[in-house]
Every structure is written in C-alpha cells, then in structure tokens.
Design a protein around this ligand. Structure first.
Ligand code: DQA
Length: 147
C-alpha cells in the first residue's frame, strides 16, 4: 500500500525552528525514519512538504485513487483551513493527523484543528515518534480493511 505523508508550512525549518518546542530533528531526519519504518511495515511512502495551502489541497485531491492513506501534519493550516478539511473529506481515505508538539498544552488558538474532523486518529506531543506511530496505526487499519 502507498501512503502519502504531507507536511505543511514552516516544517521545512525543523531543526532550527524553536527546538525547545519542536526538537532537533530536521524534516529530512523525520523522513528517513519514516522511510525505514515504512519498509518494515511493507508500505511505500511519498513524503512531502509545502508552505502553500493550495498545494496541499491539490496533493490531497490527487491522493484519491492513488494512495491508500494519508498522514498529515498540517502545521498552522490545521487551525485555519476549511479547504484542507474539505479536501480530506473528499479523499475518502484513512487520515492520521500528527503534530510534533502537544497543541493542547500551548496557546488556545492551537487547541482546535479543522483537520481533526477528517482524521481517523490524532497524535500530538510525541515529536517525530508521532509520525512512526501514525504509520504503525495505518498498517493495522489497512490490514483490517483487507480481511
Ligand atoms: C505543529 C503545531 C502547530 O500549532 C504549528 O503551527 C506548527 C507545528 C506541530 O507539529 O507541533 O507549525 O503542527
């Protein structure tokens, strides 16, 4: 199965961006860890980042029929984007939302995300490990779909 891992705005700055909140791993480090876990789980991965909301929408639209599932760290767009929510609902795919930081321990404006309404599950506060847990969960979800 093919899984799309999408990363939203400013996540290309991981490693140098507020490391006390987001950790020292770069996005490249997180991708490497995800690719390794995907191999172990028998998944193929397409790992992407963009700072553009519309590009995320387009990628999600293209996932319909081409990917089996989506992992998304929508970053700040999770808190603001109904367009992203709508695209995920159209995709009709299992979605796991990931945030590196514990958004519930932070500012009030980070407590709500639109994307959560399209997500099978939400993982936050566990850093880069959250992405790996999301892949584990999707492997189980996709396996249960088959049998
Ligand atoms: C984030 C949390 C968001 O509130 C923030 O805007 C981000 C990163 C996270 O991974 O913890 O850019 O999605």
């Amino acid at each position: 199965p093919h899984v799309l891992v999408l990363n939203g705005p400013n996540l290309n700055m991981l490693g140098v961006r507020e490391p006390s909140i987001y950790g020292r791993d770069s996005l490249q480090d997180i991708e490497s860890a995800c690719q390794q876990r995907a191999r172990e789980l028998g998944l193929s991965l397409d790992f992407r980042q963009t700072n553009l909301e519309g590009e995320l929408v387009t990628w999600i639209q293209q996932a319909r029929g081409n990917a089996a599932a989506i992992v998304i760290n929508p970053a700040a767009y999770g808190h603001t984007s109904i367009a992203l929510l709508d695209a995920l609902l159209i995709a009709e795919l299992p979605v796991i939302e990931v945030h590196l930081s514990n958004i519930f321990r932070r500012e009030d404006y980070r407590h709500h995300t639109y994307v959560s309404q399209a997500a099978s599950g939400v993982i936050c506060g566990l850093g880069a490990q959250g992405y790996l847990l999301a892949l584990d969960a999707l492997a189980t979800i996709l396996k249960n779909k088959k049998d």
